[in-house]
Design a protein around this ligand. Sequence first.
Ligand code: AMP
Ligand code: MG
Length: 396
Amino acid sequence: MSMISVTEAVARLRASSQVLVDSEAVDLRAAAGRVLASDIVSVINVPPADNSAMDGYALARQDWHGPDQALEISQRITAGTPPLPLTKGTAARIFTGAEIPDGADVVVMQEKCETDGRSVLIEIVREAGGNIRPKGQDIMQGTTVLKAGHRLRAQDLGLIASLGIARIDVRLRLKVAIISTGAELVEPGDEIRPGQIYNSNRYMLEALIEKWGFEVLDFGITVDDPKIISDVMAKASREADAIITTGGVSVGEEDHVKAVVESLGHIDLWRIAIKPGKPFAFGDVMGTPFLGLPGNPASALVTALIVARPFLFDCQGISHPDIVPLRQIALFDIKGGPREVYHRIRSGSEGAEIFGQQSSGALYSTCWGDGMAVQKPFEDIAKGDVIDVIPYVLFN
Ligand code: AMP
Ligand code: MG
């Protein structure tokens, strides 16, 4: 079995992906992190009318003839109340956000004015339109402001609210089943016996799945027994939109995931040219997509971020650009090899430091720092080189 490149693995997965979830209408306040199922088009102008950007005086520019000429104050316009048309030859007291009266074409900030309460002396009037926020300045009626597939952030919710929209169509959350395989696994908090280790992948993957806005279906630990694995897989395929397992996809005799998935659907075992993370399985369990991540925790994290994430985002209907690494100075030397390496690093003002223990079983390597340096196959990295670095926060 030859190795496939990371790019190739991601491309193959994405080529077979499709949106797996329907949509539902939700209140705006429940929509943070959800994925738009239809475009948001504005049926109004924002702001709806010309309004003042300053506290000051509104007037017609042609009515101002110099700093010594007092203009009568004919009305007082506060935000939230509609103005009257401006009486010719007068000024209107106006406040930030208040509508510009018909007949005015400029606002002068109050710092440039002197008033006795009844009339105002205006030091200088600049060009027409000054200090006026025109109707539609933020959004013009008819504009598509957000597209289907967009994952909603705080500012998007504010924007949708500014359009007067209270309910929106979003995708149902993708249900992702998480199954930890391995007879050696024990949950933290449970009693541990010789030969056993604690299950770390479950907690890590579930947190990722939730952070990405999906719903976790937790299937706990499944021991290395074909019958048990088969029952759990079948149940997961009925309840979930996608299934993720960790462990059991190497070629050891105790790695039963392969045979089980084969009997319930199909499985392709890949050797991805990625380090950590080489063994990876992709297939389906009774029609439900199946991703088999490696058991080693650092490998499980890297393959979840680099390989599984783009596929799951597609299944959720998220439009997502490829992650663009940042540039950083290497503070280490390392020879390239046949695989694409995701070195666990920490970025500082001087550059990127590498963590000393890069074993695929060493999860602390991922917690010590803030991201990964990407080393392409057979490219050496020397101290001082500009390298690609992906901070973990970019996998948001
Ligand atoms: P496997 O792919 O099943 O051969 O597992 C590879 C390595 O990862 C073994 O050392 C396992 O004990 C370890 N491992 C598998 N699953 C987990 C898990 N959920 N948490 C921590 N270590 C694991
Ligand atoms: Mg195992």
